[in-house]
Design a protein around this ligand. Structure first.
Ligand code: ATP
Ligand code: MN
Length: 291
């Protein structure tokens, strides 16, 4: 492997329902590195590790382990809550990506901002969490969010989360503080809820949601993250968070995109880069918040 990362336990089964192994995970990352690395470059990265496969013990890892090789780039940030600083990994190379893969890092969860201006995210994200098994509801509400955004002149790019729902990414100029971006996302959520009070909610407590979709604007915060485009998920289908056009969104299912078929789909080009609108200004109307 590049850079002398020696892979180990390649035959360990990671996705038993599909018979896919740790070797398959590493091979996947190797084949799509040219698309994944740009999507996570310079973003503090949390990885979700599954050393014994998706049904085994797992944990979110924020801190670079003590045994990290010297060539793994990191950025040290004051912790949001804990007393100690966090030494985040920056996955800026294929070598680092494969090293992470070899440690059973199935899921990659980057920040919405990049080093240099960590307090000013370049993405506003709306996380659409439908009730279990209700992907159609996520699609329906995604189009409502699109309408609300378009009414203030904003464009968004959708991707499947690879699990139950959809993530909508609104690329922003790196000029707005997390506080402003969060306020704008809250206002978008409020407008969507107003249009579909029976189908969408911003209710944090699951018991209060009923069969409504949860519009999560809370990801727009330092220390929060959203799974990266092309990241595999710890789901039985070995699904991947995959960018789709608005047209495709109505025709696909999250399980259509897996670590088995995504490398071939990406041979035509980096879908995430192609589908992402250019960085946008945050409209004054959203920055003011509710009136
Ligand atoms: P789905 O479509 O099922 O909603 P999703 O990736 O959006 O898929 P969520 O359950 O909405 O999943 O949110 C998972 C996110 O929550 C992760 O991206 C991660 O940022 C965050 N998260 C959850 N638990 C932890 C934790 N223990 N430590 C850090 N972050 C966490
Ligand atoms: Mn979600």
């Amino acid at each position: 492997m590049p850079g002398g990362v020696e892979p180990s336990n390649l035959d360990k089964v990671f996705w038993p329902e599909k018979g896919l192994t740790k070797g398959d995970l590493i091979a996947y990352f190797q084949r799509v590195a040219a698309c994944i690395v740009p999507a996570i470059r310079d973003r503090p990265l949390t990885v979700k590790r599954y050393p014994d496969g998706i049904h085994g013990f797992s944990f979110f890892q924020k801190n670079a382990p003590k045994y990290s090789p010297s060539w793994v780039r990191t950025v040290t940030l004051p912790a949001e809550s804990a007393k100690r600083d966090v030494n985040y990994i920056l996955c800026n190379s294929e070598r680092t990506l494969l090293w992470l893969a070899n440690q059973g890092s199935v899921e990659l969860h980057p920040w919405l901002s990049r080093v240099g201006r960590l307090e000013r995210p370049d993405h506003l994200v709306m996380d659409l969490d439908p009730p279990e098994g209700a992907f159609d509801r996520a699609v329906e509400i995604a189009f409502l969010v699109k309408e609300v955004l378009e009414a203030v002149g904003l464009s968004a790019a959708p991707k499947t989360s690879g699990a139950k729902g959809i993530h909508l990414f609104v690329p922003l100029q790196r000029r707005y503080h997390y506080r402003e971006v969060r306020a704008a996302a809250d206002e978008v959520a409020r407008r969507v809820k107003e249009r579909a009070p029976d189908r969408a909610t911003t209710e944090f407590y699951i018991a209060q949601r009923g069969d409504r979709l949860f519009l999560d604007a809370g990801r727009n915060a330092p220390g929060a993250h959203v799974v990266a485009a092309y990241s595999p998920r710890a789901r039985p289908a070995a699904s991947v968070s995959y960018p789709v056009s608005w047209d495709e969104l109505e025709r696909i299912r999250p399980e259509d995109f897996t670590i088995e078929n995504v490398p071939a789909l990406l041979e035509k080009g980096d879908r995430w880069r192609e589908l992402m609108p250019p960085p946008q200004a945050l409209p004054a109307e959203l920055r003011r918040g509710p009136r």
